[in-house]
Design a protein around this ligand. Sequence first.
Ligand code: NAI
Ligand code: AKG
Length: 419
Amino acid sequence: MPEKMEENSPWQTALTQFNNVSKRMNLPEDIHQILKHFSRILTVSVPVRMDNGSTASFEGFRVQHCSAKGPYKGGIRYHPDLTLDDLKALAMEMTWKCSLVDIPFGGAKGGVVCDPKKLSRGELERITRRYTYAIQPIIGPDIDIPAPDVNTNEQIMAWIMDTYSMNKGFCSPGIVTGKPLNIGGSLGRADATGLGVAYIAASAVRQNKKTLKGLNVVIQGYGNVGSAAGKFLEEMGCKIVAVSSSTGGIYNPGGLSHNAIIEHYRKTGGFRYFPLAENITNAELLELPCDVLIPAAMGGQITKKNAGKIKAKLIVEGANGPTTPEADEILSGRKIKIVPDILANAGGVIVSYFEWVQDAQCYFWCKNEVNAKLKILLERSFNDVYAFAQKNKYSLRTSAMMLAIKKVADVFTVRGLYP
Ligand SMILES: NC(=O)C1=CN([C@@H]2O[C@H](COP(=O)(O)OP(=O)(O)OC[C@H]3O[C@@H](n4cnc5c(N)ncnc54)[C@H](O)[C@@H]3O)[C@@H](O)[C@H]2O)C=CC1
Ligand SMILES: O=C(O)CCC(=O)C(=O)O
């Protein structure tokens, strides 16, 4: 019997999902035991001088799950509600994600408990530099390579790269990905996760002999991932009908122009009160009628409370962990297809891998080359997962996890890392 999955913390959910998939695929017990634990969890104190002269101490973490296939890889999140529990779930998911799309990394995730909206640029820089100093003993271009996640961006990656390089005494571009171009960033990284979401949406509708042309799309969270997905899906012929940020969203069944809503956000700091659109809450947005729903904000948004009211035909998970296991079951009973996060949002870490490769060889690729390689990896991964799901009658999530875990287990078997 699979373990019952309550709407629990992200870590309990990730662990229960792993336990259930592991049981289903008869994962050897010794490998199961290795993978349910973490290689290393570091908690750090980040004391920082604030602009008003006081000193504040923030809590920071770096969680490293498994490095059997290569250095640890995963983003850095700045959020006031961040917990170690969130990061454990996210780090484990990074191991599965990298494995699924065949890039030579293991999983990690980190972050600082802080609210960037309440910090000045100087405070943000000092937090980032002090956090980098604190986790420096366990990161490195061949050890653990951070990247952007929620509320972090290429400027923050530049400060991490600079602090690490200063402490080492030489310039080390390969320490982070998602950096600005002029310090070793890759063309295409900023948009890669969203472009990947669009490629995956196209692959998913292709299975029903359809194209994206004319499909209505709703996107929760129009940040780095959501807005890039919106831009590319619009270019591919979709109609973006609703978008949101943490303060709420807008809806126009006739369609919203990507450029116009971005300009409105730039001027007002939000999407609400956009001309010719209805203001809606994030909860209302998830229940709108549409062809494709893209959650691209925080985890745990689609739950047993709203899963019965979702009207989308297809869900493509831009965010990490947006659907709880109970919601998954309800949606699957309602025949709503879900492309899981570890496949749908893998475009970001794939181009991070390309950035790391380019930094190592000190030779940089053009954007077409980056995007073409991204498309090949994502379409191949989607086809593998889809074929496995069809053959075995599993959901796309279970199939993706099984394929990913199997590849990690095979590495343990060959390397002989287990007793
Ligand atoms: N940045 C990346 O390359 C990758 C990000 N992800 C995941 O995608 C999601 C979004 O990440 P980013 O776009 O990088 O972050 P971001 O910080 O650029 O954007 C987040 C967006 O979500 C909105 N938001 C925050 N809380 C919300 C809430 N409670 N309800 C509705 N909207 C809310 C924000 O206002 C913002 O528009 C996260 O789950 C992240 O882990 C996954 C793979 C890669
Ligand atoms: O680009 C990366 O290395 C990691 C991105 C990330 O944190 C994620 O895929 O969730």
